[in-house]
Design a protein around this ligand. Structure first.
Ligand code: AN0
Ligand code: CP
Length: 315
């Protein structure tokens, strides 16, 4: 694997999930694979899980790992082409990514969307520039439109915890006070549409996701109907795709509570985190027996390690 930016970069999804679960059982089995290899993790935005789990995954494979919080610690980056750099930016992404490639065997990049220009975000301008100019294999640490390491960890968690062969998985929109990217729900949807699950998306009218990611899903505006008898309920807020980045008030009753979970008594509740308690998801659910959120975050290590292993094997 030379690029991990979406489910479409993966030839055999079940094999990658199985690889992650094998690594979970035996984390250091391939600690020689990454000897003398450098993994650079470049963050243009904040992170807790992605940063720590991917750093640990690289270390488990014997890699040297460099973390650069370029938004805070690097030179101010110019991302546009064809501009005279007489403003506040100090270094162009062409040189910055090119130089990082000189120091790295694999690079991970986190580049959130601006949520103002949909065409620019959905063409993945920043992420693709890194891929073009660094010239080494690249892993997405969440780009403008996708978060594939999260989705792989989510699928690993579902495979690990399911009690029926084809579980019912429901992605449900949740309230928030800020406009958040569509990357996590887009990505979760495209991975679930490739997996052997019965997949439903529930959201209030106006929060339709881009159909490129939801082909094969059942989509409804009725949350109760969607979550009835679910095996997994995946909670996430996102802003509108159309009008792009918009949020509306008045959907506070979409927050998942124990009362709502009565219609899905066997459901396990997932969230990628970070989560705003009692706004997005009730604390009674987060602290209750049906919550999988910490376990799910733990699986981020094995997802990242499976991807890095496949990349190292192709270097
Ligand atoms: C980000 C998002 O929704 O894409 C990162 C989630 C992993 N969340 C926030 O900005 C709160
Ligand atoms: N779920 C996730 O990617 O978390 P971070 O933003 O903390 O990395």
């Amino acid at each position: 694997m030379k690029l991990f930016s979406s489910v479409n970069d993966v030839k055999d999804v079940p094999a990658l999930v199985a690889e992650a679960l094998r690594l979970k059982n035996d984390p250091f089995a391939f600690e020689h694979l990454g000897k003398n290899k450098t993994l650079s993790l470049v963050f243009l935005n904040p992170s807790l899980r992605t940063r720590m789990s991917t750093q640990k995954a690289g270390a488990n494979l014997g890699m040297n790992v460099i973390v650069l919080n370029i938004d805070k610690e690097g030179w101010a980056l110019e991302l546009r082409d064809g501009v005279v750099m007489n403003g506040t930016t100090v270094e162009h992404i062409r040189e910055a990514a090119g130089v990082m490639g000189e120091y790295s065997d694999i690079i991970g990049v986190r580049s959130f969307p601006g949520l103002t220009d949909r065409d620019e975000d959905y063409s993945e301008t920043i992420f693709n520039k890194f891929v073009e100019f660094c010239k080494v294999p690249v892993v997405s640490l969440e780009s403008a439109t996708r978060h594939p390491l999260q989705s792989l960890a989510d699928l690993v968690t579902i495979e690990e915890m399911k009690t029926v062969s084809r579980p019912k998985v429901v992605l449900t929109w949740a309230p928030h006070i800020k406009p958040l990217p569509q990357a996590v729900p887009n990505s979760f949807a495209e991975w679930m549409c490739r997996a052997d699950v019965d997949f439903t998306i529930a959201h209030p009218a106006g929060y339709e996701l881009c159909t490129d990611f939801t082909n094969g899903a059942t989509i409804t505006n009725n949350q109760d109907e969607a979550i009835k008898d679910a095996d997994f309920i995946y909670v996430k807020n996102w802003s509108a795709y159309e009008p792009y980045g918009a949020i509306t008030v008045g959907n506070e009753d979409w927050m998942l509570t124990n009362e709502k979970l009565k219609i899905a008594p066997n459901a396990m509740v997932m969230h990628c985190l970070p989560v705003r308690r009692d706004l997005e998801l009730s604390s009674e659910v987060l602290d209750g027996p049906q919550s999988l959120v910490i376990h799910e975050a733990g699986n981020r290590v094995w997802a990242a390690q499976a991807v890095l292993k496949q990349m190292l094997e192709k270097l």
